[in-house]
Design a protein around this ligand. Structure first.
Ligand code: ATP
Ligand code: MG
Length: 214
């Protein structure tokens, strides 16, 4: 494609990206929440959006199927960022990666005495690195969703998951016991596209940079 393709996921990333797109003079012609289209045009004939699953965004950009994309730091850490240029932290879709346990589970004690702990998570790379750095032995259980259930039914002692308000944890009688890192979404750019389409991409990157809210 001679124009540029931007990969976005539905939901909060799409919503929070709209003002950044507007700053770059880009207005989508459909709303992916109501449209079933996966390729969405914009007011600019040389810019289109592709709607992908959040965890797939780096894959599309890495392979050049999209020239740029917006992905959470959580997704980038799990996926790896080889071949991706990451020029901007967009400061959107903010939350934190945390450890949470069932009410009554003594996390500090479990971690201190160096016992094995069972951790259920979608984020096995982040969790493995975090507990290795603390010298804690973990048995990791990979899940794809509803992590909060695992400690309640005895599948795990703890979970590693994204937390924003803490409402889901509270509703399930879980306690956030440690923050691993703050999370926000990044602009990612295909490295070959950046060289071949610099005159199209550079103004978009600069407009995004100028529109980031602190
Ligand atoms: P799905 O919810 O459809 O299973 P997903 O969880 O991969 O998909 P989203 O929930 O849209 O996708 O999350 C996209 C990104 O937004 C995540 O990768 C993360 O960076 C960020 N995010 C996730 N949960 C929250 C939250 N509660 N508050 C703010 N940002 C979040
Ligand atoms: Mg989600």
């Amino acid at each position: 494609m001679s124009g540029i393709t931007l990969a976005l996921s539905k939901g909060r990333i799409f919503e929070e990206t709209l003002p950044l797109l507007a700053a770059a003079g880009i207005v989508p012609t459909d709303n992916p929440e109501s449209s079933r289209k996966l390729i969405i045009g914009t007011n600019r004939p040389d810019v289109r959006l592709v709607i992908v699953r959040a965890t797939d965004t780096p894959t599309y950009v890495q392979h050049g199927a999209a020239d740029l994309g917006i992905a959470g730091k959580d997704v980038l850490l799990e996926h790896g960022s080889e071949g991706l240029y990451q020029p901007l932290d967009l400061n959107i879709a903010k939350c934190r990666m945390s450890v949470a346990v069932r009410a009554g589970f003594d996390y500090q004690d479990a971690v201190r005495r160096g016992a094995r702990i069972r951790v259920a998570t979608k984020y096995t790379t982040v969790a493995r690195d975090h507990f290795a750095a603390k010298g804690v032995h973990v048995d990791l259980i990979k899940l794809y969703g509803s992590m909060e259930l695992a400690p309640l039914v005895g599948l795990a002692d703890a979970i590693v998951d994204l937390v924003s308000t803490g409402g889901t944890l509270r509703a399930n009688n879980l306690h956030e016991v440690e923050e691993i890192m703050p999370i926000s979404s990044r602009l990612i750019v295909n490295q070959a596209s950046l060289k071949l389409k610099r005159e199209l991409l550079q103004p978009v990157i600069e407009a995004f940079a100028g529109a980031i809210k602190p």
